[in-house]
Design a protein around this ligand. Structure first.
Ligand code: SF4
Ligand code: SF4
Length: 357
């Protein structure tokens, strides 16, 4: 099925944007700031040789409404479920709460089932649509690894899309889950990933290269520290003791040396900004272990300060130790997984000290 308004003969790929996970909608907001390419270029088919994205996204959908399509936005998701949209990419925003840990109610849902009148939960949409999608993109750290909602002591059993579907999951086209983390995602990292997938889906690019945590390898191959404007101060041993300084921020809590993220190089919007470049410590928001493995945020990270020379034996030693530290913080906490028991350590406030349960 083609989206209303598509030009005759124009190729298009549908994008079903499921923002019904636990989230702040940060990825949706972030994408409006993309410039390489912009969301307008994607939605209008302005990139030569590529199909346009027929976006079914709460922030923008030309094909919903009384003039151009169904009044009910969720109808596009039902069409996909009936096999009427081909191809489509399922974009998930927000973490997936575990609906199996309780006997009644639901944590999050999106639209109602016309047959039962009951809400369709986020995880049920994943069950229905993931097997039919050509690719699944987990946008932002919550969808990728669970993020803030999946931290220790959470009541929902929230997890990332790979925790839910399985890290080795493949789409019907053989594409692994593509995770583009960030809290929120860097806008161009997401729009550029869409472009790569469009090239791949049209046979113009090989399988998208992903790292061990399913991130696009070319975007997350280097650490924050390797791209930071302040790295020269680190090398010279000039550290900020308080915020507001232009020196290296490691002693006030920057995790940059062991965090995979290109934001200091790429900037936030149109090349401008980028956490440590503009005075913000890196709190490791792109990492699978975020936030638990990096808290408390404002303390000096153990073992990351120092003044390693540029090369030689000591430099190699530092790189080896960094590699070990990086490996440790690349892992998600063990409670983010499926099952009918909540293992996050949550204890209801009303139960504490009450002598119940
Ligand atoms: Fe930049 Fe942080 Fe590395 Fe310091 S520790 S140079 S502020 S990334
Ligand atoms: Fe997140 Fe650090 Fe990257 Fe900033 S620099 S976006 S805090 S991982």
């Amino acid at each position: 099925m083609r989206a209303p308004g598509a030009r005759p003969g124009e190729a298009e790929v549908h994008v079903l944007w499921l923002n019904a996970g636990l989230s702040c909608d940060g990825e949706s907001v972030a994408l409006t700031a993309a410039t390489q390419p912009s969301v307008e270029e994607l939605a209008l088919g302005a990139l030569p040789g590529l199909p346009r994205l027929a976006l079914h996204w709460p922030l923008l959908d030309y094909a919903s409404g009384p003039q151009l399509g169904p009044d009910d936005f969720t109808e596009w998701f039902r069409r996909a479920e009936r096999g009427e949209l081909e191809p489509f990419v399922l974009v998930v925003e927000g973490s997936v709460p575990n609906e199996a840990i309780k006997e009644e109610g639901y944590w999050s849902g999106f639209g109602n089932d016309p047959e039962t009148g009951q809400p369709i939960t986020t995880s049920e949409w994943l069950d229905r649509l993931a097997p039919l999608a050509t690719a699944v993109v987990a946008a932002g750290t919550c969808a990728a690894y669970g993020g803030i909602h999946a931290m220790q002591g959470n009541p929902t059993g929230a997890m990332g899309v790979p925790d839910y579907l399985g890290h080795g999951w493949r789409s019907k086209a053989g594409v692994p889950i593509v995770c583009v983390p960030g809290c929120p995602v860097q806008p161009d990292n997401l729009s550029e990933t869409f472009v790569y997938l469009l090239y791949q889906l049209t046979g113009q690019a090989p399988m998208i290269p992903l790292d061990d945590n399913l991130r696009p390898a070319w975007l997350f191959g280097e650490t924050v520290h390797e791209g930071c404007h302040r790295a020269g101060y680190y090398e010279q041993g000039e550290f900020a003791a308080t915020h507001g300084s232009d020196r290296c921020l490691v002693k006030v809590g920057c995790w940059g040396p062991v965090v995979r993220c290109n934001v200091p190089k790429r900037g936030w919007i149109n090349g401008v900004g980028g956490c440590p470049n503009v005075g913000g410590i890196c709190i490791a928001c792109t990492m699978p272990g975020f936030p638990d493995r990096f808290m408390p945020f404002m303390d000096e990270p153990a073992g990351l300060q120092g003044t390693p020379p540029a090369g030689g034996l000591y430099g190699r030693l530092v790189r080896t130790l960094r590699g070990i530290a990086l490996h440790n913080v690349e892992e998600e906490p063990e409670w983010r997984r499926r099952g009918d028991e909540l293992t996050s350590g949550y204890e209801p406030a009303w139960r504490k000290g009450s002598g119940h349960g």
